[in-house]
Design a protein around this ligand. Sequence first.
Ligand SMILES: [Zn+2]
Length: 334
Amino acid sequence: MLPSTEFVPCNLCGSQTATVRYTDVKRIDTQLTEVVECDGCGMVYLNPRLARLVDNFTMNEAYLREHYLPYYQKIGILTPTLELDAAANDQFHQSALAEMQPYRELNRVLDVGCAIGLFLKAARADGWDCYGVEPSHALAEYGRLHLGLSITEGELGQAGFAQNSFDVITLWDVTEHLLDPKATYRLVYSLLRPGGLLLLRMPNWQSLARELLGPEWDMFVTDHFYYFTPDTLTLLMKQTGFIPKKVGADGLVPSELDAIVEKLGPDAAAEAVARLQGDTGNGRGSTLLAAAQKPRSRRDRMKMAGQLLRRGELSDLTAEARTYLRWFLADRRG
Ligand SMILES: [Zn+2]
């Protein structure tokens, strides 16, 4: 029996109207194939889509064995005998850990959608108290058994973490998998302590690789429900109360470079690399990396509103005023 699907409005602005961008994308399965762009705010998403995350094939054991672990082997994080090669992913982890250092007060970090827990393993070595949450039983169990990590199985909302209890929350390659990014970001906001840091990584819709590869872009898979640009990600962070600190996208991931060589030839690939290294490459890299902060105090929020007003960013100011009101009321209730 086919899993149930649903049509959804735009998660960011609620608009029901959208323009179809791709109808024939390459996917691991072929049931759900329309990628649309919201006419209201430019958010790109899959519609229709699976109604329940648990129906996705990535949730089962076979996915771990047939796709996930072989992929980690392919990119060198796991050896052929499934031993960890920590060095392979270390550069990224170390730069994230350096960014986290100034935020260490409670010494607690939460990785949402932590998979087998490779980032948490690096954070633990850096002295952090580490917590993970992961919806896939197979991945969570692998991390608990092989890496000895504390990984709660299931959705973030059911994990039972206390409000304001983490210095840092990370979502690496997770936002694109969420059925309701806005709701999850609000939840993350409540779990972060005031002044805490949110770190994000996800595929970049605006990337040169997506433009060149079109429907053959590697990121078109069944459980990538959303595709963000620097602008739509900034909007999501602001709408959920965060103060964006940086949003950027550099570089080209090796598998995309290979795909460009295969589809368009080595000259096109060399030109793409040159474009991304030059000034014109700004924001067109493969992967969005972003950081945002939860305001520390009411005064922080007022300061942010003042900046928006001075810069004439009135629509952002309206969104900020709404967020402030929600924040103020929740504060009084709680
Ligand atoms: Zn929209």
